[in-house]
Structure formats: structure tokens, C-alpha cells
Design a protein around this ligand. Structure first.
Ligand SMILES: [Zn+2]
Ligand SMILES: [Zn+2]
Length: 75
């Protein structure tokens, strides 16, 4: 084996592969919840004549723990 990277703070059984974007608790792949955030800016960024970004603006992904998933209001 080797260095211990940490144990998931949610299930306390699996090895943590990431951490919660909100509270920073270690998360394994199973416990990590993916949330999709939509950035809606009031000012439209679409301008005629300007080439649109290859990336679809307005959405981000976040990995959080189940607790933050429930508590945080992502809508
Ligand atoms: Zn876990
Ligand atoms: Zn969290």
C-alpha cells in the first residue's frame, strides 16, 4: 500500500477521491454528489457579430457531499 490519502468523511469506509466543494469534507466517488449550477447573468452576453464561445457559458459542475446537497440552495 502506501500513503493514506484519506477516508471518505461521509461513509467512513471508502478512500476519498475528492472533497466537497462546499465544506471540504473528503468524499469518495460514491458519496460525491454532482450538482449543476446555472449561471444566469442579467446582461446577455450574446452579441451579434461576436463569435460565440466554444464553451457553453452558464453552467458549472460541482461535487459536494450529500449534506451540502440538501442544505445548499442551488436553484
Ligand atoms: Zn463515501
Ligand atoms: Zn459538504
Amino acid at each position: 500500500m502506501g500513503t493514506e490519502t484519506g477516508i471518505c468523511g461521509v461513509c467512513a469506509r471508502n478512500e476519498a477521491a475528492r472533497e466537497c466543494s462546499e465544506c471540504g469534507i473528503p468524499l469518495c466517488d460514491i458519496c460525491a454528489k454532482e450538482v449543476l449550477l446555472q449561471d444566469v447573468s442579467p446582461g446577455s452576453m450574446v452579441k451579434p457579430g461576436v463569435s460565440t464561445s466554444p464553451l457553453r457559458a452558464g453552467s458549472r459542475k460541482k461535487k459536494v457531499c450529500p449534506k451540502c446537497m440538501e442544505e445548499a440552495d442551488f436553484m
